[in-house]
Design a protein around this ligand. Structure first.
Ligand code: SF4
Ligand code: SF4
Length: 192
């Protein structure tokens, strides 16, 4: 098969190109073996399986992908990426799908997950590492679900698994700010 024939059978949708730019992953390598889906621990909660999502990217089905729950239910465990015989980094594609959806102003269909990310990242930005109690408090404020998992939280605190106060280090916080600022600059370059 020569290169032009390959060109004919390989869809290169705008969306596939956007994903390549964002994640560095070429989804056109996928041959739909479904190994990613078979190993995914959260596929039961997704509206499209990981293999279906990859196929939809190749077909350029923007609306279907960017409004789907799939990437928001992804636990980033990377099982799919490890199992893929074509070295398609599906976990990275899931991240790229979230980034592209947010950049286009699409509200996440599973708002609790987006709030969880936001709370976690805010504490990391402020303290240079995860501060679980702060993250939980922010998550409760964002979701307005004040009592869910309260019992579990108290139990973890009693066992010393959660610290009331954050661990503070000015050097670590400054290093993290610099990291966030580098990422912001890189994002601006990509979206320009
Ligand atoms: S495991 Fe890889 S090749 Fe197989 S369906 Fe998933 S992405 Fe495609
Ligand atoms: S990284 Fe996401 S899509 Fe891949 S197996 Fe884990 S949960 Fe499923």
């Amino acid at each position: 098969m020569n290169e032009s024939t390959i060109g004919l059978v390989t869809p290169t949708s705008e969306l596939a190109r956007a994903f390549k730019l964002e994640s560095g992953v070429d989804v056109n390598l996928c041959f739909q073996c479904n190994k990613c889906t078979a190993g995914c621990p959260t596929s039961y909660a997704m509206d499209y399986t990981p293999a279906q999502l990859i196929h939809a990217v190749r077909l350029g089905l923007d609306d279907l992908i960017l409004h789907s729950k799939t990437m928001w239910m992804c636990a980033a465990c990377e099982t799919c990426t490890t199992r893929c015989p074509q070295d398609v980094d599906i976990a990275k594609v899931m991240d790229a799908a979230k980034i592209i959806a947010r950049r286009r102003g699409i509200q996440p269909p599973v708002p609790g997950v987006a709030s969880f990310y936001r709370s976690g990242l805010t504490t990391i930005r402020l303290f240079g590492r995860m501060y679980e109690v702060g993250m939980m408090m922010m998550l409760k404020m964002l979701t307005r679900d004040f009592f869910k998992d309260m019992g579990l939280g108290m139990k973890m605190m009693r066992k010393g698994k959660l610290k009331m106060l954050p661990s503070l280090s000015l050097g670590r916080t400054i290093a993290t700010w610099r990291l966030f600022s580098r990422v912001k600059k890189k994002e601006k370059r990509v979206t320009r």
